[in-house]
Design a protein around this ligand. Structure first.
Ligand SMILES: NC(=O)c1ccc[n+]([C@@H]2O[C@H](COP(=O)([O-])OP(=O)(O)OC[C@H]3O[C@@H](n4cnc5c(N)ncnc54)[C@H](O)[C@@H]3O)[C@@H](O)[C@H]2O)c1
Length: 357
């Protein structure tokens, strides 16, 4: 069933994700009083002469984004630019871009005048299917990714799938990796539906993408509404990320985040099998039918260094005990978090992972 909108309950303020199928929403946004658009510079280049052409030029800040620019310095640049508009507390920021722009604009909105209203228009698959809900804002600090942040949801979100047509393939498949994760976490039925939708997703079929994006948000909603501030159930969304983050950093970010998460899920499933939580049959099924088909990275020039990956896992901020933290899935598609994985166990799972890529 196709949704028109999804209401997310939050301890901070409830907010609505709206699924839009034509460009009229932008005419509504451009007329919001006291608003300033902050637009990802690549998105601006693609859409300034068509979809975004109606926005008043003196109300737009075009921001070039990258992980290196997801910092306090960039937020300070934005404070300066925004103060030129002599804003009041009733200012509304309208952020148009992917997850990086969301993290910067959300942080900016949460700190300016101790919080001004903001609206988010996600333009990447990662942002539409995952990051747009959950209220997290994050900045990188020195070499620490997402070290600084706040919880501050936008007042509304507009999901317009047409944006995805201009995304680079590697960014698109980063999003597909995150969609695979959420569907596995949804359970067996969602996993089977995802397998069915994959052909359409890979062929950029609008219907398959929209329906899968909506299901992703419904699954994520069930985690964030129960544990918005990430002290329990929401931790499970780190499935694939414990190995994944370490693979990302040990390969010098040559592999996209969502694709590293796919490898992270394969490795986590191998570990789950070794611990007797996931049968050999289910481990093979998830790998062959879901995870390998969404892994679209050419590994020829990317070397997976097991020692460095395990060392990076040891530095994960999610480790709270003596061992390594790992989120796993079991035969009933229940999520389990352990904090006692040994470095040797991690290294054995990574060795097996190498056979599959
Ligand atoms: N706040 C959260 O809950 C949350 C959750 C997941 C990820 N994140 C963050 O999101 C970031 C990753 O987000 P992302 O994958 O969306 O990457 P991104 O924002 O870097 O966008 C990827 C690239 O695509 C460009 N782009 C954006 N929209 C485009 C479009 N429609 N057409 C063409 N190019 C476009 C961007 O300029 C960028 O170069 C990371 O920094 C991650 O930490 C945040």
């Amino acid at each position: 069933m196709r949704l028109k909108s999804l209401l997310i309950k939050s301890n901070l303020q409830n907010y609505q994700a709206n699924f839009v199928d034509n460009n009229s929403f932008i005419y509504g946004l451009k007329d919001i009083p006291n608003s300033i658009f902050i637009v990802d510079s690549k998105v601006w280049e693609y859409y300034k002469d068509n979809l975004l052409a109606c926005i008043k030029k003196d109300r737009i800040i075009v921001l070039s984004v990258s992980e290196e620019r997801k910092t306090l310095e960039t937020v300070q640049e934005l404070y300066d630019q925004i103060m030129e508009y002599s804003p009041r507390k009733n200012l509304c920021l309208i952020a148009v871009g992917g997850g990086i722009l969301q993290d910067i604009a959300g942080f900016l909105a949460s700190t300016l005048y101790r919080g001004v209203s903001w609206i988010f228009v996600p333009t990447t698959l990662v942002a539409q299917a995952d990051s747009c809900i959950g209220a997290k804002t994050s900045l990188n600090y020195k070499k620490f990714k997402n070290l600084i942040g706040t919880f501050y949801p936008p007042s509304s979100i507009y999901i317009y799938p047409e944006f995805l047509k201009t995304q680079l393939k590697q960014d698109f498949y980063s999003g597909v990796g995150e969609m695979a994760k959420l569907h596995l976490m949804g359970g067996k039925k969602d996993t089977l539906n995802f397998i069915e939708a994959l052909f359409g997703i890979n062929n950029l079929d609008n219907k398959s993408i929209i329906e899968t994006v909506q299901r992703c948000l419904l699954i994520k909603q069930s985690y964030i509404e129960e544990d918005e501030f990430d002290s329990g159930k929401r931790n499970m969304l780190n499935y694939g990320h414990c190995f994944g983050h370490a693979i990302e950093s040990s390969t010098n970010f040559e592999i996209s985040h969502g694709q590293a998460v796919v490898l992270g899920m394969i490795a986590a499933n191998i570990s789950a099998h070794k611990r007797g939580l996931l049968s050999a049959e289910n481990e093979r099924f998830l790998r062959a039918k879901v995870l390998i088909p969404v892994f679209k990275t050419n590994m020829q020039n990317i070397k997976l260094n097991i020692e460095e990956t395990v060392a990076a896992m040891a530095h994960d901020k999610k480790n709270t005990g003596d061992g390594l933290a790992l989120v796993m899935i079991d035969d009933n598609y229940e999520m389990i978090k352990i904090t006692d994985m040994s470095k040797n166990e991690a290294s054995e799972s990574l060795k097996e992972l190498e056979n599959f890529i």
